[in-house]
Design a protein around this ligand. Sequence first.
Ligand code: ADP
Ligand code: MG
Length: 461
Amino acid sequence: MKNDTWGRVKQQLLESVGRNNYANWIEPLELKTLDNGVAVFSVPTSFMANWVSRNFSDTILLHLKAANESASRVEFKVEPHQAGASAPAPTAKPAVKSAEPAQAVAPSPEPRADELPGAPLDSRFTFDNFVVGKPNELAHAAARRVAEGGPVTFNPLFLYGGVGLGKTHLMHAIAHEIRERDPELRVLYLSAEQFMYRFVQALRDRQMIDFKQIFRSVDVLMVDDVQFIAGKDSTQEEFFHTFNALVDQNKQIIISADRAPGEIVGLEDRIKSRLQCGLVVDLHPTDYELRLGVLQTKAESYRNQYPGLKFADGVLEFLAHRISTNVRVLEGALMRLFAFASLVGREIDLDLTQECLADILKASERKVTVEEIQRKVSEHYAIRLSDMIGPKRVRSIARPRQVAMYLAKHMTTRSLPEIGRRFGGRDHTTVMHGVKRIEELKGTDSQIADDLEMLRRTLEA
Ligand code: ADP
Ligand code: MG
């Protein structure tokens, strides 16, 4: 085959793989020979040989055949191109803008793994920096297990849980660990939103072949916040195919979402059931111990940045107690506290903490619900929850009911009619009467006073 035929085939390839791929992967190829149906190309690096062979062989073959060349196989030989040869040296800067699309971008002969269309990894999100506690120990263990590599035992690993509980942190930690252990492995991490964006872009630019090739040639695929593609039908469809193709090749997939697969509304059933095929683990809301552990770890690392700053006893405990389950909020609070303390230059004590974090503390004040109050009060007095709401008027039930009404009035922002509705549709005057009765008893009956105090404390905890 004459090189001008290859020139024409290249033009075809430019259209089919898109300009960037063409510039990076096709343009640097040199056709050496085409004998007995075998097309031999020289490529500058072995990485490139692998990549092109894995991702573009079929397309190249297809176009050779279309050009009436009797080709049945393509081979890539690594031959470092010499200076002055047609392909630019690895260090070449992108050529100045040119009318020729083929030359617009210089080939990058050694793309690193992070040049996959993924999102950058946060270098702080490592296993070392992840504090393990009861609420996240399973998720952590599963993530560790996947990061170790070896035969794929559960696929996918599905991590779910509320905002700020460490899903993204764990996924990045897995990616860091795998890349460190085996830099050759192609680990692709991205959010479901980015997946959709790439997909739409590929459709628009007619680069679907390319899109499929890239996503199906990774060794580890991680898609964060998959709930995002719920209700987005064609993205789901493509995701499903990508997913299946990788599972068939025994490639590890790691997915996160804000809830369990079965609870994602607008996600196709076949996807739900595929997601459930692997290991599904959830990150529970943090508990006091985990929050304290996170705070202690972070405070330790801040101390290096702000030497000389001290926490008074009890400050971290206070924060762990008062700030909600979201670790991101916890981190933000601590960072603000350190910055503030370094400005005013004094020890961080409880007063300073409360002053500096007033808004955060207020926002994460625990919001008690009427239902919780009813549950706790029923437990406390050992009556049935249904009786609390039901019509019975015997004292042993009516009194606890009044206690619950009183607490609902004082611990929630519900109005009297709203509270009445939650007590089996009672009238607001009934609630008012109940609240009054308990207020009176509080002063005269120490048992009631003690009960109220006890219940209030457990509800606030
Ligand atoms: P999610 O993806 O579940 O919304 P992230 O992984 O983004 O949450 O976590 C929010 C922040 O909290 C991050 O800065 C992360 O490093 C931190 N974080 C969450 N869980 C932990 C943990 N167990 N130990 C240390 N930091 C954590
Ligand atoms: Mg996240």
